[in-house]
Design a binder for this molecule. Sequence first.
Ligand code: 2IT
Length: 447
Amino acid sequence: MNAYISSVMNDLKTRCAWEKEFLQAAEEVLDSLTPIIDREPKYKANKILERIVEPERVVMFRVPWIDDKGEFQINRGYRVQYNSAIGPYKGGIRFHPNVTLSTLKFLGFEQIFKNSLTGLPMGGGKGGADFNPNGKSNNEVMRFCQSFMTELFRHIGPDTDVPAGDIGVGGREVAYMFGQYKRLANEFTGVLTGKGLNFGGSLIRPEATGFGVVYFAEEMLKTRGDSLKGKKVAVSGFGNVAWGAAIKANDLGAKVVAISGPDGSVFDKDGVSGEKIEFMLEMRSSGRDKVQDYADKFKGVEFHAGKRPWIFPVDVALPCAIQNELNGDDAQLLLKNGCQCVVEGSNMSSTLDAVRYFVEKKTLYAPGKASNAGGVATSGLEMSQNSMRLGWTREEVDARLHQIMVNIHNSCVKAAKEYGDEGNYVMGANIAGFKKVADAMIDQGLV
Ligand code: 2IT
């Protein structure tokens, strides 16, 4: 870290002392920008770091709704509009009881660089609420989504800010929010992505994040003359990202031997494939949030209560659940057991000590902002289709997604090499993502 970067970081630590996740994300990015900041004095001269860590706008609002018993409920809603230098704010909405401003600032900050890496014209943003959809009735979820959108609608628009799903927000929630937006704004536009196919959604969007993670893993393995064929894979979570990743890993000849949930992990020596992948969807829609259901349903499956899937000997690990789900000890255990490749499907899956360990050991390690960008990239493709008022075929969307993941992979590799640390995907992703946004900010003057 050079003097300019550490002064920006120290200042941030004082001013955002309580925003732990945000400080973690900022430190990971800023630290790895050292070689480009050293080489190009224009970024310091234009105070780019001071500007890029500060969201352009944050909206926080009350979300009142009525539960099925007729009781009033109050949640807190947010939208962090982080950076619009290269396009309208774009990023998901998370409904999870742990959501705070810190969570959404970390996610919004990561989204700036991720969206830039996709090569599509999208700025960075993120939103959400400390609402837990698990255990809620369909009507409760609908009322919550409508109330949330009743405030959010005045801050977003197809050329201003285009939200989508994230943890706790899937097709059902996006549809309810879209319905309410349309009613309030009196317009039918592509203001949200991840919509249903009947009203402007894109084919492949549900699978896209997980597919992209696996396409990225395949590109990384290729750099060492290897491939996913015959590899044993551990996936964490059983949500949208884990599901897409399991499908594509199977397609490419790998065997998914573990998935997990908040209650523990399952080890399935026969592999998660066929109807077992369908069952992941059932577990998700049941709202029970328990992976033990998988072990109860299928023969020969071990359930390890309270354990993460990083205890199993595998070749490839795909963390696809939530931030900080893989720590330094997990990283050491994975490598000790022979894992060669760790590709993040969740945002900031790894703690800073795990990231540093992987980088030091020259593991094939990809940070989420590069490897999980296929989700938002396909959202970008949904925006294009909405603007054209046309829909592409599955094959067309999948081919574009695949090409985007190959391009992101190559940008990371190229930037890491150019700035002196070949094979370091953390540095490569951060520098490549940063450069485009920072240069656009300089061009547009002090705004
Ligand atoms: O973290 C992410 O990139 C997402 N949740 C997807 C965002 C989007 O706008 O599709």
